[in-house]
Write a protein that binds this ligand. Structure first.
Ligand SMILES: [Zn+2]
Ligand SMILES: [Zn+2]
Length: 244
C-alpha cells in the first residue's frame, strides 16, 4: 500500500469511527430521552434530521485530520501518545486528562465567543443555533467551518501532551458524552451536583441550555472558569415545559 492510499484509508476509517460513535451515543441518549421524557422531541423530526446531516458532515471533518495523525502515529511515531504503561508516571494520567480538557475548554470559549460576532455568527455558527431547542442529535451539528475549528483540537493536543492512550480515550469519552448530554434538553446529573459547589465550576445541560436560549452568555464547554472570569456566566437555565 502506498503512503497516500494508507492515509486515505486511515482518514476513511476515522470518519467511520467518529460517525458511528456519534450515531450510537446520540441514539442511545435520544432513546433514553424518549423513555424518560416521552414527547420532549415531539414535532422536532425535521430539525433532528438536519442535526444528523450536519453532524455526519462534521464526522468527516473530524475524521480526516484524525486519520492522518493515526497513520503518522503508526508509520512514523508522530504524536506523544504511548501504549507503554511505564512510560509516564501514574500521577500524570489525571493531570494529562485535565490538561487536555482545560486546553479544549479555553480554545472553545474564545472561538465560540468570536463566532457570536454578527458576521462570524451568520457564516459559521447559525447552523448550531438553528436547533431550537437542541436535542441529543445536535452534539456535532455544526457548519463545516465551525467543525474545522473543533477538528484541530485533539490532533494538536496529541502532538504536544504526552499521555497514555487510555487517558486520550477518557478525554474523547468525556468530550462525546458531554457534547450529547449538554444538548439533550434535560439534566442527567443529580441536582446536588449541578446546584452544589462542583456545579459552580462544571458545565452540564442546565448551563449550556441557557446559552441556547440567551445566546449572549455561557460560552464555555466543560468548565465555567472563563465565563466567570470574563463576566459572561449568567447561571443555570430552565428547560422548556415538558409535555409529560
Ligand atoms: Zn450548543
Ligand atoms: Zn453559540
Amino acid at each position: 500500500m502506498t503512503a497516500l492510499s494508507a492515509i486515505l484509508f486511515s482518514a476513511l476509517a476515522m470518519t467511520l469511527i467518529v460517525g458511528v460513535r456519534y450515531l450510537l451515543v446520540s441514539g442511545a441518549f435520544a432513546w433514553g430521552t424518549a423513555r424518560r421524557h416521552p414527547g420532549l422531541y415531539r414535532g422536532l423530526g425535521p430539525q433532528m434530521r438536519r442535526e444528523i446531516g450536519w453532524s455526519l458532515a462534521s464526522a468527516a471533518i473530524y475524521g480526516v485530520p484524525a486519520g492522518i495523525l493515526a497513520w503518522g502515529w503508526r508509520a512514523h511515531g508522530w504524536t506523544r501518545v504511548t501504549a507503554d504503561p511505564h512510560a509516564l508516571p501514574l500521577w500524570w494520567w489525571p493531570v494529562s486528562v485535565l490538561l487536555c480538557l482545560a486546553a479544549h475548554d479555553t480554545w472553545f470559549y474564545w472561538t465560540h465567543r468570536w463566532m457570536h460576532r454578527p458576521k462570524a455568527f451568520r457564516a459559521m455558527h447559525a447552523v448550531h443555533h438553528a436547533s431550537r431547542p437542541p436535542t441529543a442529535w445536535a452534539a456535532m451539528s455544526f457548519h463545516p467551518w465551525e467543525a474545522v475549528t473543533g477538528a484541530v483540537v485533539i490532533p494538536v493536543l496529541v502532538l504536544i501532551v504526552p499521555m497514555h492512550w487510555t487517558a486520550l480515550a477518557a478525554v474523547l469519552t468525556i468530550m462525546t458524552v458531554m457534547g450529547v448530554t449538554n444538548h439533550m434538553g434535560w439534566e442527567i446529573f443529580p441536582r446536588a451536583l449541578v446546584e452544589g459547589p462542583a456545579g459552580g465550576w462544571l458545565i452540564t445541560a442546565s448551563h449550556h441550555q441557557h446559552h441556547h436560549t440567551n445566546y449572549r452568555c455561557n460560552y464555555g464547554l466543560y468548565f465555567r472558569v472563563w465565563d466567570r472570569l470574563c463576566g459572561t456566566d449568567k447561571g443555570l437555565g430552565r428547560f422548556p415545559a415538558r409535555p409529560d
